[in-house]
Write a protein that binds this ligand. Structure first.
Ligand code: DGL
Length: 262
């Protein structure tokens, strides 16, 4: 019986949107989540810095005995997952902007991608766009400032709404019918986005796909939990516990939210 936990990390609270999908698909798995909020936003950092932070988070999760690591951050995935896979002996699941499903379903053939500077600048993002969006116009938009506001819990603030309006307008003027959320913090903006977007524009993110992939890889490596009890979840933040607590207040499953200096 495998009793080890799934390790999950992000630059902050954003990856909890991925943890939610994983917990809903794999309710019997334990998880350890690292919110590296002290170092957010990763999206404004250099590739070397993002790699260094990803290594630090990975080694901490491995020291806690994690059996598989979910890099619940587009910025860290697109800049560091190749290195992590090469240098550590556990399976890694990453997350990338959902360009492929958006490109397949778009009728206007125009897809907007809202992501961090670090993700949009990465080689992996570029190869994915080239390989999966032939004949589609991709309108890229850096979401500068949004992660910092979400990390402060200002999801519905006027400041956040004004920034979003500024970022959405050019994409809407071009006639996008899909908006890809290329950062794991952004699903927390969906209620606000829905108020702002015309009805024909659909929002898409990769959370569910990551959960499905996690399930498949656990099975492939014979790492699935055989526990008959619901999973236990430890959330660690190196910034304010209060904020992480607020983002998880609706979660009723067994959870601990703690400060850790990492
Ligand atoms: N949540 C992360 C992502 O998916 C990182 C955001 C950031 O720290 O800039 O890209």
């Amino acid at each position: 019986m495998n009793t080890k936990a799934i390790g999950i990390f992000d630059s902050g609270i954003g990856g909890t949107s991925i943890w939610r999908e994983i917990n809903s698909l794999l309710p019997y798995e334990d998880a350890i989540y690292l919110a590296d909020s002290k170092n957010a936003p990763y999206g404004e950092k250099s590739k070397e810095q993002i790699l260094e932070l990803s290594i630090k988070n990975t080694e901490l999760l491995l020291s806690k005995g994690c059996k598989l690591i979910v890099v619940a951050c587009n910025t860290a995935t697109t800049n560091a997952i190749a290195y992590l896979r090469k240098n550590y002996d556990v399976p890694f699941i990453g997350i990338e902007p959902a360009i492929k499903p958006a490109a397949l379903q778009s009728e206007s053939k125009k897809v907007g991608v809202l992501a961090t500077k670090g993700t949009l600048a990465s080689a992996l993002f570029h190869s994915t766009s080239e390989n999966h969006a032939t004949g589609i116009q991709i309108l890229e938009q850096e979401g500068t400032g949004l992660v910092a506001l979400i990390e402060q819990g200002k999801v519905k603030s006027t400041e956040t709404k004004e920034l979003l309006l500024k970022y959405l307008q050019p994409m809407l003027a071009h006639g996008i019918d899909y908006l890809v959320l290329g950062c794991t913090h952004y699903p927390y903006l969906i209620p606000v986005l829905k108020e702002m977007l015309p009805e024909n524009v659909k929002i898409i993110d990769s959370g569910e796909a990551v959960a499905r992939q996690t399930k498949a890889i656990l099975k492939q490596y014979a790492l699935s939990s055989s526990s008959e009890e619901k999973g236990k979840h430890q959330f660690y933040t190196n910034a304010e516990v209060k904020i992480l607590d607020v983002f998880l207040r609706d979660i009723s499953s067994q959870k601990e939210v703690k400060y850790l200096d990492f």
